[in-house]
Write a protein that binds this ligand. Structure first.
Ligand code: PEP
Length: 253
């Protein structure tokens, strides 16, 4: 089936207010049609408002890099789904490898965050992926299966669930998965989704690849039959490289 690809930029803890706004405007100006590819950006929390305003009138989706699972209350430093929605946020990342492995988020918390965001109407981009030692010891598919299990089989609207396969060894390292490595895991993810939910659902879910994707390797990766877009870190911090990746997702399969 024809899935509209989704290319999202994860700006991580980069940019300042002025550069975030400038980057957003540059992306909005050159963005391809949403009929061809969905494009989104996830700036730091503190710039969501300013970036949202810079994107006003465009089709670029505003995203958040994280969210908390509770609705309100004494959770110092955390941000709720409603607060994000208030700023126009449409999608949220859950389970990003830096939150798993640097901030030590547990699978339970990740699952709760995904469920809270989904229940309240956001698109959930759930990130999965193995560490290098897990790949080397042939545990990739087991790791990915467990991380998909964090969703508990409850996110059943395929238009609001996106899976990002991001091998940890490829994130920010300049070493991307090969086209074949990506396709193998993406096909496995789709198969697992068809078991967790059903085949029609699995057929509709977009599965992004993330990990050192750049204009030079984007066409190959995005040309794979089960690769439906990308989650882009470093290369999303310049509008021209980010837009080149978004354009590479168009009509490429
Ligand atoms: C990411 O952090 O989601 C990512 C894919 O980063 P990079 O593109 O820099 O590897």
């Amino acid at each position: 089936m024809a899935r509209t690809p989704f290319v999202a930029g994860n700006w991580k803890m980069n940019t300042a207010k002025a550069s975030a706004v400038e980057l957003a405007k540059g992306i909005a100006k050159g963005a391809p049609s949403p009929n061809d590819v969905h494009v989104g950006v996830a700036p730091p929390f503190v710039y969501l408002d300013a970036v949202g305003q810079a994107l006003a009138g465009s089709n670029i989706l505003l995203g958040a890099q994280d969210v908390y699972s509770e609705a309100s209350g004494a959770f110092t430093g955390e941000v709720s789904v409603d607060q994000l929605k208030d700023l126009g946020v449409k999608f949220v990342l859950t389970g990003h490898s830096e939150r798993r492995h640097v901030l030590n988020e547990t699978p339970e918390l990740i699952g709760k965050k995904a469920f809270a965001a989904y229940r309240q109407g956001l698109i959930v981009v759930h990130c999965v992926g193995e560490k290098l030692e897990e790949r080397d010891s042939h545990q990739t598919l087991d790791v990915v299966r467990k991380q998909l299990g964090e969703l508990g089989g409850t996110l059943d609207d395929a238009t609001r669930l996106v899976i990002a396969y991001e091998p940890v060894w490829a994130i920010g390292t300049g070493r991307n998965a090969s086209d074949a490595q990506a396709q193998e895991v993406h096909a496995f993810i789709r198969h697992e989704l068809s078991k967790q939910f059903n085949a029609t659902f699995a057929d509709h879910v977009r599965i992004q690849y993330g990990g050192s994707m750049k204009p030079e390797n984007a066409r190959g990766l995005l040309g794979q039959p089960d690769v439906d877009g990308g989650l882009i870190g470093g290369a999303s911090l310049k509008s021209d490289s980010f837009l080149a990746i978004a354009n590479a997702a168009i009509g490429n399969r």
